[in-house]
Design a protein around this ligand. Structure first.
Ligand SMILES: C[S@@+](CC[C@H](N)C(=O)[O-])C[C@H]1O[C@@H](n2cnc3c(N)ncnc32)[C@H](O)[C@@H]1O
Length: 294
């Protein structure tokens, strides 16, 4: 199907959810036998991040680095963490094994993906739940950190997800977020983020790092999608994987697409300067910081 047709279908909120509800289970069915545990565009810095990884994680290095970038915006150790849209669970597994949260729940709309996660990632303190980002099945204030990587562009109503994120976080809790938008969607994205009931602590444009991540994975992704997807889905698959020459890759290269990470905090009822940090029991400075560009 031609990409302009897909674009016009995705522009409709109801159809958007229906399309992703078909697309991701299809991907799970096609890719699970190959042990594909990441569904993101990946990230690499210049010079390279060179984080220490277990040998079994090396093949996923660039995708893991996106999670490492987002997951280290706040302390996870000892925290109750929720990840919304965990996909095939590779990020949940890496963050749980590496940063020892007290508990980590990965949630995704894709029931087949959640079944795959449960079978593939059997790790202490890590569990998986099927659910909708716009209607989270958790009590108010249940989590200290909420992670969300490259998924909010799928949600029909971003403000609903942001309201849910704020609801399930404890006061002082952290929302660690990364995603992208094409140029025409940036104003609405920024408006939704500015209107959300969370306080922005910092944001970074990581477009250049994601482009390098795509470069790292391009050859592997092309081989996989040509082997696993029917020919009529190759165009969509190339975009989805962000391979060299795909529309998404070119848009990122030519600044027609922006990929950003964000760190928000849920304000306490008291003034923020008196709010005790959930990180290290130290007061959080009232002054916002901005993360520097990679
Ligand atoms: C591009 S994948 C990213 C997955 C994962 N974060 C990663 O980086 O590997 C987007 C994910 O969002 C999930 N998703 C889409 N709409 C959703 C919704 N309304 N609620 C929860 N998850 C959703 C999809 O099922 C898919 O797993």
């Amino acid at each position: 199907m031609a990409m302009p047709v897909i674009d016009s279908l995705l522009a409709n909120r109801t159809l958007r959810k229906a399309i992703w509800k078909l697309w991701y289970p299809l991907l799970t069915r096609r890719l699970q036998a190959d042990g594909v545990v990441f569904l993101n565009y990946a990230y690499e810095t210049e010079p390279p991040m060179e984080i220490a990884l277990a040998p079994a994680d090396e093949a996923d290095r660039a995708c893991i680095q996106l999670y490492h970038h987002v997951g280290t915006l706040a302390e996870l150790r000892g925290k109750a963490v929720l990840e919304v849209s965990c996909g095939h669970g590779g990020g949940a597994s890496y963050l749980t094994r590496t940063f020892a949260p007290a508990s980590y729940i990965g949630l995704d709309l894709n029931a087949a993906g959640i079944a795959f996660c449960r079978q593939r990632h059997q790790i202490e303190r890590l569990e998986f739940v099927q659910g909708d980002a716009e209607k989270l099945p958790f009590a108010d204030g249940a989590f200290e950190v909420l992670v969300n990587v490259e998924a909010s562009h799928c949600y029909p109503q971003l403000p609903r997800f942001l309201a849910e994120a704020a609801r399930v976080l404890k006061p002082g809790g952290h929302f660690l977020y990364a995603d992208f938008r094409f140029s025409q969607g940036i104003a609405a994205w920024e408006q939704a983020l500015a209107g959300c009931p969370l306080q922005l602590l910092g944001t970074t444009d990581i477009s250049a790092g994601v482009l390098r991540g795509m470069d790292c994975n391009s050859a592997r992704s092309i081989a996989l999608l040509e082997r696993k997807l029917p020919k009529f889905l190759h165009g969509l698959g190339r975009d989805f994987a962000g391979v060299h020459g795909s529309r998404v890759y070119t848009a990122l290269l030519e600044h027609g697409l922006s990929y950003r990470s964000y760190h928000f905090i849920k304000p306490c009822s008291e003034p923020l300067k008196q709010c005790v940090s959930l990180d290290q029991g130290k007061p959080i400075s009232a002054s916002s910081h901005r993360h520097s560009a990679p």
